[in-house]
Design a protein around this ligand. Structure first.
Ligand SMILES: O=C[C@H](O)COP(=O)(O)O
Length: 250
């Protein structure tokens, strides 16, 4: 059985003061997670968050990375820089990066590769738009995105896959557990080709309007190994309630 993972993606939210308050609220809940917990935060805050996260047993992640090791890439942050300030995970291919910043499958793959080379665990996001779903292209899109990263990096070097249907992100419109499970099962089948390379142990997370009220049903699905949480991760109490929904045996 795979361990569950619950990952917060704070996106472009927070401040030093708000982050301290989040950490204190998380601590005050007294939660003893039965799963791995990761917080992905804006890179400028990682160094300051690292000691508190370590103390609380939270692993730290970044939200994006540049695929190059160093050089003239003004404004960008490399994988080794993220490792240097305490991150061990990093999101790549989030739909906001793909759709707002035009990131291609190939660029996402190069980013995942750069992270693995620096010893970080990539969280590889996949997901179809509403238009693609309505045209019956969900599986084709998700597997195309998955294959691009598999072509350069074996699953043993990945941290997690996150299936996030674009139409469910920040909209309050969650995929039903059955809809999400169908796509997760396709991803799992495709990863089955890499069973000898550790793919059966790779967690497949669901993201898209996960909240305390729907997390348990989603996490009960056989191929949903946890979640990538946006809006509900901004309030520590809500995030902890989602973490609690990942308890084994529930
Ligand atoms: O990375 C997280 C996802 O974009 C989900 O965001 P959301 O929980 O606000 O829908």
């Amino acid at each position: 059985m795979r361990d569950k993972i619950v990952i917060a993606n704070w996106k472009m939210n927070g401040s030093r003061e708000a982050n301290r308050a989040w950490i204190e609220s998380y601590r005050a809940t007294g939660v003893r997670p039965d799963c791995r917990v990761v917080v992905c935060a804006p890179s400028v805050y990682l160094a300051e968050l690292a000691p508190a996260c370590r103390e609380l047993g939270i692993e730290l992640g970044a939200e994006d990375v540049n695929e190059n090791a160093s050089g003239a890439f003004t404004g960008e942050v490399s994988a080794s820089m993220l490792a240097d300030v305490g991150a061990s995970w990093c999101i790549v291919g989030h739909s906001e990066r793909r759709h707002i910043y035009g990131e291609t499958d190939n660029r996402v793959a190069m980013k995942a590769l750069a992270l693995a080379k620096a010893g970080l665990r990539p969280i590889v996001c996949l997901g179809e738009t509403l238009e693609e779903r309505e045209k019956g292209m969900t599986e084709a899109v998700v597997l195309r995105q998955l294959n691009a990263v598999l072509a350069v990096l074996p699953p043993a070097k990945w941290g997690a896959v996150a299936y996030e249907p674009v139409w469910a992100i920040g909209t309050g419109r969650t995929a039903t557990p059955e809809t999400a499970q169908t796509v997760h099962a396709s991803i799992r089948r495709r990863l089955g080709c890499y069973a000898s390379e550790g793919a059966d142990r790779l967690p497949i997370l669901y993201g898209g309007s996960v909240k305390p009220s729907n997390a348990r049903e989603l996490f009960r699905q056989p191929d949903i190994d946890g979640g990538l949480i946006g809006g509900a991760a901004l309030k520590a109490e809500d995030f902890v309630a989602v973490v609690e929904a990942a308890r084994k045996g529930d």
